[in-house]
Design a protein around this ligand. Structure first.
Ligand code: ADP
Ligand code: TRP
Length: 334
């Protein structure tokens, strides 16, 4: 029997961080055991914010190397670059014809810009480009072009996936046939939203991230910056309200979690100590991946080859799908 398809993308906007790893990369790599997986680097999505050619090029390598370092097997999984499939942008144009502007008005990223502008008494659309406004449509094209069954993402992408489903459903309804497969979001409960240094969602846009492959010294320094309250060493502490514990839980096993919980509740453990334990846990987990990552970043020709090969394989599927769509919407005869 043919396996189901899993698809996800990451924007090359900086070295991936723990949120990307736990919310998207790790679950996505686990899925490759049972699914035909297609994972990609959302480079045209990144152009909305990265306008320096050299930096973008480097960031594409960083994201590709991260996927490979974290265990993606390029023989089994297709790793490709979004921009290498021109048909995605054709599909995106088709989807636009079915996307109400009101739906895009409600997209989180756009709404946040409007709110910020309103607060600052600026024009509501100040600094908003159409690429940002239509971001969810391009993302829908990424997904729908492969008849993807599941899309592993972090909780922050739930709305984008609902929009992709909405658009696909209205197209299917219009043509009276399943022109596009309805995808299913796959959002892990416990790692839905990983918190950053300041307790907000870990995100490159908030500058509160812990990048995956920092050298140990820098990693430790950053972990020491996690915001905690001002309780003294002796005081018992509530682990469930603590940013350090929130991250600790994501890397520790059951025993480690309950031991740490006891240390919090008993009092006598200072924040420096809790952070040191967190550092040791994360560092041990990431060390082997970091070595692999550094090795790959020294071997960009190899990464180029993987991406080229993946892009050819991915495009073959999309070319067929677009042919099917063109015929079924009346652009060409069947
Ligand atoms: P960022 O918000 O830092 O720009 P991206 O938008 O490139 O990150 O996210 C890439 C993937 O990582 C998406 O699947 C997204 O849902 C996931 N992700 C990003 N931040 C987090 C987070 N803090 N917790 C869980 N998943 C996250
Ligand atoms: N929008 C996603 C993010 O910011 C990246 C992305 C682009 C994506 N296209 C996608 C994720 C398709 C899943 C499926 O994280």
């Amino acid at each position: 029997m043919k396996k189901k398809i899993a698809l996800t993308g990451i924007k090359p906007t900086g070295i991936p961080h723990l949120g990307n790893y736990l919310g998207a990369i790790k679950p996505a790599i686990e899925l490759t055991k049972n699914y035909d997986a297609l994972y990609f680097i959302a480079d045209y999505h990144a152009v909305n914010s990265i306008r320096d050619a050299k930096i973008l090029r480097e960031m594409i390598y960083e994201v590709a190397a991260t996927w490979l370092a974290c265990g993606l097997d390029p023989e089994k999984t297709v790793l490709y670059q979004q921009s290498a499939i021109p048909e995605t942008f054709e599909l995106s144009t088709f989807l636009m014809a079915f996307t109400p502007k009101g739906l895009m008005n409600r997209a989180h990223a756009y709404k946040a810009m409007v709110q910020k502008n309103t607060l600052n008494k600026k024009d509501v659309d100040d600094g908003v480009n159409i690429g940002l406004f239509t971001y969810p449509i391009l993302m829908a094209a990424d997904i729908l072009q492969f008849d993807s069954d599941v899309v592993p993402v972090g909780g922050d992408q739930a709305q984008h996936l609902e929009m992709a489903i909405d658009i696909a459903q209205s197209i299917n309804h219009n043509y009276g046939t399943e022109l596009l497969k309805i995808p299913q979001p796959l959002i892990r409960k416990n790692t839905g939203i990983v918190t950053g240094l300041d307790g907000r969602k870990m995100s490159k846009s908030y500058d509160n991230t812990i990048p995956l492959f920092l050298p140990p010294k820098k990693l430790r320094k950053l972990i020491m910056k996690i915001v905690t309250n001002s309780q003294t060493i002796d005081e018992p502490k509530n682990p469930d309200e603590c940013n350090v514990f929130a991250l600790y839980k994501l890397f520790a096993d059951e025993n480690q979690i309950s031991e740490m919980r006891q240390k919090y509740e008993a009092g006598g453990m200072g924040w420096g100590h809790a952070k040191q334990e967190l550092f040791e846990l994360i560092n041990a987990h990431l060390s082997p991946y970091r070595d692999k990552y550094n090795e790959l970043m020294q071997n960009k020709n190899y990464i180029d080859k993987i991406l080229e090969d993946g892009s050819v394989r991915a495009r073959e599927i999309v070319v067929q799908k677009m042919k099917f769509i063109r015929q079924n919407i009346g652009l060409f005869s069947k």
